[in-house]
Design a protein around this ligand. Structure first.
Ligand code: MF3
Ligand code: CO
Length: 280
């Protein structure tokens, strides 16, 4: 069912397929995290993701993305962004080193229905300030998720993300010009889900709406610069960045984090938020 500004509302069967895609995404993140170590290349991590996709019979949401619009087709199944790279880093021959701050963004589809999520982690010994940056970004993601409720507004999510980052001790930049998004029968759909905004404004949150919530936070500039490879976005001041993302939906029972292995149950419980999966 499609309603209002091209927003796609999913039925129960479609949500179940998106959960299947989300479970593949969670499995890939776990496998990539387990394989990441000093000396491993980002291309090798991309191959780990390809192996999971093949094993599960799922498709890549990222591979060749952009080709239909005449953009340089995206060449990987993951985006791996290291240190001052914020998002859309292309996996390749780069070898990870101890102290690197790495984000892995990954999307998969099952029967045409997509899931999209990103994690950030350190390789070997991570500087305290980088670990904090990742924590601040992850907290902002869960603050955004926790602000989503049926009959609430899109701006509630955006505001909660921004307020969470601003409340953290230290000065952080929220990457401008990049947002979360609706997701379903395509990876990117309306509405945009900005990482800054005002509560009580914007689209009313309805049953069947599925959103990718994804704060991108830096230890400095909020300006991103795209490199000559047409994809990699780095911070304009060379400061390090983190990116956390989940695909979520709201049910009458509460929240369902489609790209989390446990559906978000543990993290939601820890934050006093209602967990509302659909029955199988
Ligand atoms: N997963 C990214 C997002 O969250 C998009 C990846 S761009 C691609 O919006 F080209 F790799 F697909
Ligand atoms: Co996304």
């Amino acid at each position: 069912m499609i309603r209002g500004r091209g927003v796609e509302l999913k039925n129960r069967e479609q949500l179940r397929l998106m959960r299947q895609a989300g479970l593949v995404v969670a499995e890939v993140h776990a496998a990539v995290l387990a394989a990441a170590a000093p000396g491993v290349t980002t291309g090798e991590l991309d191959q780990v993701a390809r192996d999971v996709l093949a094993r599960r019979g799922a498709g890549s949401s990222f591979l060749n993305y952009g080709a239909e619009w005449g953009q340089t087709p995206y060449p990987g199944v993951t985006c791996i962004s290291v240190n001052e790279e914020v998002v859309h880093g292309i996996p390749g021959s780069r070898r990870l080193e101890s102290g690197d701050l790495v984000s892995v963004d990954f999307g998969a589809y099952v029967d045409g229905w997509h899931g999209d999520a990103a994690i950030t982690f350190g390789v070997g010994e991570l500087a305290e300030a980088d670990a904090l940056l990742s924590e601040v970004t992850r907290d902002a993601l869960w603050a955004g998720i926790g602000a989503a409720r049926l009959n609430g507004r899109l701006g509630d999510i955006s505001h909660a993300i921004e307020a969470s980052v601003r409340a953290a001790p230290g000065r952080y930049g929220i990457l401008a010009d990049y947002t979360g998004h609706g997701i379903g029968s395509a990876m990117h759909q309306p509405p945009d889900v900005p990482n800054t905004g005002r509560a009580g404004r914007g689209l009313r949150l309805a049953e069947g709406l599925v959103l990718a919530v994804e704060p991108m936070v830096t230890r400095g500039s909020s300006i991103g610069v795209t490199l000559d490879d047409d994809w990699t976005v780095v911070t304009s001041d060379g400061s390090r960045a983190a990116h956390w993302e989940h695909t979520i939906t709201m049910t009458r029972g509460g929240l369902w984090v489609l790209t989390s292995a446990d559906g978000g149950e543990a993290e939601l419980a820890a934050r006093g938020l209602p967990f509302g999966p659909l029955a199988d």
